[in-house]
Write a protein of this length. Structure first.
Ligand code: HEC
Ligand code: HEC
Length: 260
């Protein structure tokens, strides 16, 4: 949630900045709508803070190799204009002109046609570490696992390696949309309930606790309801895994790119 807000303000401030920059810079030769070099400049300014330099990945996926959502110029343009609802991929409808959008899309397609740098870690060792560290007790991959955390079946297509490493080392630093931790204290001195907010409206809140049980609570019967945007139910693996083991896990997660 917090991230989504930050993204919005970021996108808004960028939208204000871009025309100013465009005015300040001399325009030597007008570039063609399909000019990937012009697209790269826009990408570096607007997209690289999530997709990494040269599209190597971060909060957003690595854009080398086959893309999951986008295969043609038109579909990439559509993603840039509309974003991908329900994910961290924002809409650039207000931030980019039609021409800049097409140039950026052309650059993204040129990236997708080039191979990415091979991951440093070892994917087989990573898969074994995933099993031995109990990641599957909270995450589903290919239909198997627990549901407390987000499904990871396609995580390699949704996030880059820098983000994946960070998710294991400092899980509280970044939250995928929809994983707010809340704490509810019943007014009748019943036990407090802490977990991930599944649903909320004016009268009710539903919380999934660490054991996986979903509690439906009437707000009028609570004495406290705290939101903990800086908390997470994912344990940190910083002190449990070596740097090499983290590399191996990242390499394994990067291979998870959706149902085969
Ligand atoms: C705030 C972070 C953020 C910014 C800024 C951002 N993206 Fe994304 N982008 C994402 C995320 C996260 C996804 C993956 C969404 C998903 O499928 O879960 C994504 C997905 C995509 C995809 C689909 C990839 C595929 O495999 O099909 C394309 C293409 C894309 N972004 C292009 C861009 C371009 C071009 C820009 C700049 C104009 C941009 N993005 C800016 C976060 C971002
Ligand atoms: C006790 C449950 C639990 C365990 C065990 C667990 N996770 Fe998580 N994980 C979560 C939750 C909850 C989130 C999402 C909320 C957050 O980040 O606060 C998450 C988020 C993630 C994300 C980010 C997903 C995204 O869409 O951005 C990755 C990657 C991840 N976990 C990988 C792992 C790996 C690899 C392991 C094992 C080494 C592991 N997790 C073990 C609960 C768990």
């Amino acid at each position: 949630m917090r991230r989504a807000l930050r993204v919005l303000t970021h996108a808004a401030s960028l939208a204000l900045l871009v025309p100013a920059i465009a005015l300040a810079q001399p325009r030597p030769t007008p570039s063609a709508p399909s000019d990937p070099a012009a697209g790269q400049r826009i990408f570096d300014a607007q997209c690289a803070w999530c997709h990494g330099n040269q599209g190597d990945g971060g909060t957003g996926p690595n854009l080398h190799g086959r893309l999951r959502h986008a295969t043609t110029l038109t579909s990439v343009v559509d993603i840039i204009v509309n974003g991908i609802p329900g994910t961290d991929m924002p809409s650039f409808r207000l931030g980019l002109t039609e021409r800049s959008t097409r140039q950026t899309a052309a650059y993204v397609l040129s990236l997708s046609r080039s191979a990415s740098r091979p991951a440093i870690g070892n994917t087989e060792r990573g898969a074994a570490l995933y099993q031995s560290n109990g990641c599957g007790s909270c995450h589903v991959v290919d239909g198997r696992g627990g549901i407390l955390g987000p499904e990871l079946t396609a995580i390699g297509g949704r996030r880059g390696s820098v983000y994946l490493r960070e998710a294991m080392v400092k899980p509280a630093a970044a939250h995928p949309p929809g994983y707010l931790v809340v704490r509810a204290v019943p007014a009748n001195n019943g036990p407090e309930i802490r977990g991930i907010r599944v649903n909320e409206d004016v009268f009710w809140i539903q919380i999934r606790d660490a054991a996986g049980t979903v509690h439906s609570l009437q707000k009028s019967e609570l004495s406290r309801l705290d939101r903990e945007p800086d908390s997470t139910l994912m344990p940190s693996y910083e002190s449990r895994l070596s740097a090499t083991q983290l590399d191996d896990l990242v390499a394994y997660l990067a291979t998870l790119r959706g149902a085969k």
